[in-house]
Ligand binder design. Structure first.
Ligand code: SF4
Length: 706
């Protein structure tokens, strides 16, 4: 959106470590020996010259005094309390490898598991997947992106035959005349994306937000729909009904490029707008206005996020919004498309290169014989050596409870805070014979670890990441590794050596890893085959698919009207709305939902250690409607006790008329007694295995001020 300038020498260029915008950062020193400070970089085309408050504070955690800078060990298993003692790398890796091998000898190879993250570089994600399958030869690997993008991934695979979060580049947003933002709060979660929406508004776009809260994003909208969590598919069926029965859909596009219209017609038949209005409380005219407005607009975009995706019906909710784009022919053209806005720094790349329980690099399915042959060929092993598919992130903890998993390596994740029903996760971690956590800090998860190995910050490790658009870009190593920290790709390689599988992990640099990743992904759905570091740097990022050296990359997908199913057609899906896993009743009469704040990121391991961010949001606060406060006779200064079928916690309160009267919102960035995930429901979607983070039944009681 803004013309780029040439990078200045002597100012290391990197990218913010937080959200999927991956804004460019320069490190600036006032004097050669002064500590560097962060400045927005004008050299990255996604958010030229802009940083939000998290980006401005991104250095703080990297130089925090609590950084773990050497391997640390504890003798006893389980639980916070016992002190760490410092160890050397040789001692650490020898002990970890010996214990992993011993566990595998006693219980089988699958007894050792890996839990990865969606903020790691593509190279580390790729190596973790390879480490599980080739070094450990275990089927059990998954990652925290399962809690983030799995509904959107499953929906896009079903509808389009391929899963790239956004089918369009951000530069298409200002060309859209109608924008629907459903369950996405970009103003707090991806703040530097807001100028794209404002540019569209300036060009005459209508913006609609759909959310149980009138968020900061909703305040930018022309129309805000306050929808109770869980009613997403019901609401969209009302839109689709008005479009189909009003003859507003793009009949030529649907006939030429899609299958499934008859099934969709059957599913929406019981949902005329007036009935949807009765179910949801949304005025019928609002439903008709949005439906007709989107259908008639020359161009239009739908963006979704975790609000509707983190549900046991999240795949179906997402599919219904995709239906809206396909029915109105708003795909593959400038200013048109569907996007599921990725949350984590590398939420896109993190799910493409083999961290998922059922996938190999390039989105290849691990149970597909041809995929196994290809990847085994790149890895130099027999395809029969590759294990089969494992289980999803949350189910790994079930396998610990079942006695099937005895050891876990956690890298770049804090699952004790980010998993639902977290007390069950804590019980599982306490049962492990060996827990190894690689992190910058002694996180809540690390409290259960036997070994805590120092992880690198975003400033200390080179690699590539893939932003929310599907743009693969390079991040340089901006600062030397502090203390005894070791870059993750080296750590994985050295542990593989100790396990006797080092010959498959001899890489001199992340660029070497990337070259192998590109070969492994070649011919897959997420095809990086034509990418090299040189090309990525020269072009300020390349969009996948990029199958050959001279290929320019693919910013806008489906531009030729072809989708990735064998017949080239997209699939419409008739969605019959289902109830959430838990419904309200007399004991639990409200809906608890969770989400992010603008000041924090994921489990808060970094942002809770950043003074400038923590002082703005020091504790989680439960947001509820004044009508709820009246019903429970809340007085000034009181707190609330929230109780679900899994637990009970007390929170400070914020009263707001901007939240749906049935709904209580609590942000999820804290651990321990402040962790709302102690209350959330661990029911999983049958296919995506996404937990029901966003909807569970809750009781709200007054906790009198002391
Ligand atoms: Fe940019 Fe996201 Fe970082 Fe904010 S948090 S500076 S929007 S990458």
């Amino acid at each position: 959106m803004v013309a780029m300038q040439a990078a200045e020498p002597n100012r290391p260029h990197t990218h913010c470590c937080y959200c999927s915008m991956q804004c460019g950062i320069e490190l600036v020193r006032s004097a050669p020996d002064a500590a560097p400070t962060v400045k927005a970089s004008p050299h990255f085309p996604v958010a030229t010259g802009r940083l939000c408050q998290k980006g401005m504070h991104a250095m703080a955690h990297a130089v925090h005094p609590e950084r773990v800078l050497a391997p640390m060990r504890r003798q006893q298993a389980a639980g916070p309390g016992e002190a760490w003692s410092r160890a050397g790398w040789e001692e650490a890796l020898d002990d970890i490898a010996a214990r992993m091998l011993s566990i595998q000898e006693r219980y089988g190879r699958d007894a050792v598991s890996v839990f990865g993250g969606g903020s790691l570089t593509n190279e580390v994600c790729y190596l973790l997947g390879k480490f599980a399958r080739v070094a450990l030869r275990s089927r059990y690997i998954d990652y925290n992106g399962r809690y983030c993008m799995s509904s959107a991934a499953a929906a896009q695979m079903r509808a389009f035959g391929v899963d790239r979060g956004m089918s369009l580049p951000l530069d298409d947003i200002p060309l859209a005349k109608y924008i629907i933002l459903a369950g996405t709060n970009i103003a707090e979660c991806q703040p530097t994306m807001v100028p794209y929406i404002l540019a569209a508004k300036k060009n005459g776009a209508i913006v609609v937000t759909i959310d149980p809260r009138q968020t900061m994003t909703a305040k930018l909208a022309d129309i805000h729909v306050s929808l109770q969590p869980g009613f997403d598919s019901v609401f969209v069926n009302g839109l689709l009904h008005h479009i189909v029965h009003g003859g507003l859909y793009d009949q030529a596009y649907v006939a030429a490029h899609t299958n499934g219209l008859a099934e969709l017609r059957d599913a929406i038949a019981p949902f005329p707008p007036d009935r949807v209005s009765l179910y949801t409380g949304i005025p019928v005219e609002v439903i008709r206005t949005i439906a007709a407005g989107f259908a008639r607009a020359e161009t239009g975009i739908v963006l979704t996020a975790r609000g509707l995706e983190q549900q046991v019906n999240g795949v179906e909710h997402t599919l219904n919004y995709i239906n809206l784009c396909l029915l109105t022919g708003k795909m593959g053209k400038p200013g048109c498309g569907f996007g599921a806005v990725t949350g984590q720094a590398n939420g896109q790349g993190g799910r493409e290169h083999g961290q998922k329980a059922d996938q190999l690099p390039g989105y290849r399915l691990i149970e597909d014989p041809e995929a196994r042959r290809h990847v085994a060929g790149v890895w130099g092993i027999d395809p029969d050596e590759l294990p089969g598919k494992g289980v999803s992130a949350y189910e790994l903890f079930g396998k610990i409870h079942d006695g099937k998993i005895k050891a876990m390596l956690v890298l770049g994740s804090n699952p004790l805070v980010s998993s639902p029903n977290s007390a069950r996760v804590a019980e599982a971690l306490a049962k492990l014979e060996l827990l190894v956590v690689v992190d910058m800090f002694a996180t809540e998860t690390a409290a259960y670890a036997h070994w805590l190995l120092p992880g690198s910050s975003f400033l200390e490790a080179e690699g590539t990441l893939t932003n929310l658009e599907g743009r693969v870009f390079h991040r340089e190593k901006a600062l030397p590794s502090p203390g005894e920290t070791m870059e993750d790709f080296r750590l994985i390689g050295r542990l593989a050596e100790k396990l006797g599988r080092g010959r498959y992990f001899r890489f001199d640099s992340p660029e070497d890893v990337f070259a192998e990743l590109a070969r492994a992904s070649a011919g897959g759905k997420a095809d990086y085959g034509g990418m090299t570091y040189a090309r990525i740097k020269e072009r300020q990022g390349l969009f996948w698919p990029c199958p050959a050296e001279g290929h320019p990359g693919t910013p806008r997908m489906f531009a030729d009207g072809r989708f990735e199913h064998p017949d080239g057609r997209a699939r419409l899906h008739g969605i019959v709305p289902q109830k959430p896993a838990e419904t309200t009743d007399r004991d639990y009469p409200y809906i608890l939902t969770t989400g992010r704040l603008g000041n924090h990121y994921l489990s808060g391991a970094q942002t809770r250690r950043t003074e400038g961010l923590l002082k703005k949001a020091p504790v989680p606060v439960a947001e509820l409607h004044p009508s709820v406060a009246e019903r429970i006779r809340l007085r000034h200064g009181d707190r609330v006790r929230l109780t679900t079928r899994r637990g009970s916690l007390v929170f400070d309160v914020k009263l707001s008329a901007d939240i749906h009267p049935t709904t209580v919102f609590v942000p999820f960035h804290w651990g321990g007694e402040q962790s709302v995930n102690a209350l959330t429901n661990d029911a999983l979607h049958p296919v995506s295995r996404m937990p029901e983070f966003k909807v569970c039944a809750v009781r709200v009681e007054r906790e009198a001020a002391e």
